[in-house]
Design a protein around this ligand. Structure first.
Ligand SMILES: Nc1ncnc2c1ncn2[C@@H]1O[C@H](COP(=O)(O)OP(=O)(O)OP(=O)(O)O)[C@@H](O)[C@H]1O
Length: 296
């Protein structure tokens, strides 16, 4: 099966600063992928590399089997809604659609018009006079009407209120199903990702910390609570992602493929938010197991 995105040792450096390092990913098609990480982690850099707006400094990346931005056919396969949902303030909604038709060979005008009508956007309204939510919907419409195989969205809902966010994500989900689209979207809002994503990438300090199908990730990560214990003494197949301790008790978030039989532990399920926060607070040195520290 063609991977929607395959990266091997991918890196990007701005001057002396590496914004993305040693990024290796293999994402199958047909997923809605959530890319999450703190400010400055390298999310926008990765998305820009994926749509061919930036060349890599190291390693390689293919998107839908081709080099990003490498040919007109490749450009037509990938839609990109950049951060801050870019639209032209002085152009009307109808003029945006005209521009979309002129720039994109696979433009689906009926889809664009139908969507604009359903959203209640007046074709004569200038983008500069639309609300943030309406502008985001216009940008999404332009991305969808291009009829891409992959749609990439960089923090598309960051500026929207909860209702507008929900409407936007619902529209995106419907389109992903109807058009059999693969989607990659970055967001800081874990609750939104929980609603729409079935694949997760956590990026911290320019490195991929974890990537995989959400269901599998949740099934292989567990919260262990029990008498205080040094995480370094856990079986080798239990990888400690985060640990906190009181005088008597330890709480660990571990990754393991195997069942946990140790009767001293109470094993609990984790949420997507637990998973993301654990990887976001993971020490940068991944080879060293966390030492026993007391948090009072
Ligand atoms: N054009 C540039 N020139 C120099 N440094 C850059 C440039 N673009 C990004 N960076 C740096 O690269 C790092 C990664 O930035 P990037 O925008 O990819 O992060 P991000 O995860 O998308 O952040 P945010 O969540 O704030 O949007 C940051 O340290 C940033 O300052």
């Amino acid at each position: 099966m063609t991977a929607v995105l395959r990266a091997e040792g991918l890196g990007k450096r701005y001057g002396k600063h590496w914004a993305l390092t040693d990024c290796t990913l293999d994402i199958p098609t047909g997923h809605v992928v959530g890319l999450v990480g703190p400010n400055g982690a390298g999310k926008t850099t990765l998305l820009n590399l994926a749509c061919g707006q930036l060349p890599p400094t190291a390693g390689g990346i293919t998107v839908l089997g081709g080099r990003p931005g490498g040919s007109p056919a490749q450009l037509a396969k990938v839609g990109y809604v950049a951060q801050d949902t870019p639209t032209y303030a002085g152009l009307s909604v109808a003029e945006h659609l005209k521009l979309g038709a002129r720039l994109n060979p696979g433009w689906d005008d009926a889809l664009a018009r139908h969507r604009i009508e359903r959203l209640g956007l007046r074709p004569s309204s200038r983008a500069g006079k639309l609300s943030g939510g309406q502008r985001a919907q216009l940008a999404l419409t332009l991305g969808l009407a291009k009829r891409p195989e992959l749609l990439i969205l960089d923090e598309p809902v960051a500026a929207l209120d909860p209702l507008a966010r929900r409407e936007f994500l619902q529209g995106l989900m419907e389109a992903a199903v109807e058009q059999q689209l693969s989607v990659v979207l970055s967001s800081h809002l874990v609750s939104d990702l929980e609603r729409v994503c079935d694949y997760l990438i956590v990026l911290v300090d320019s490195k991929v910390q974890v990537a995989g199908e959400l269901e599998k990730l949740l099934a292989t990560h567990h919260r262990l609570t029990g008498p205080r214990r040094d995480p370094a003494r856990l079986p080798a197949d239990q990888h400690v992602i985060s640990a906190s301790h009181t005088d008597r008790q330890s709480t660990l978030l571990v990754r393991t493929q195997a069942p946990i039989h140790d009767p001293a532990w109470t094993v609990g399920q984790i949420s997507l938010e637990d998973l993301v926060l654990a990887y976001m607070s993971k020490p940068a040195d991944t080879h060293r197991r966390p030492t026993l520290e007391v948090q009072r």
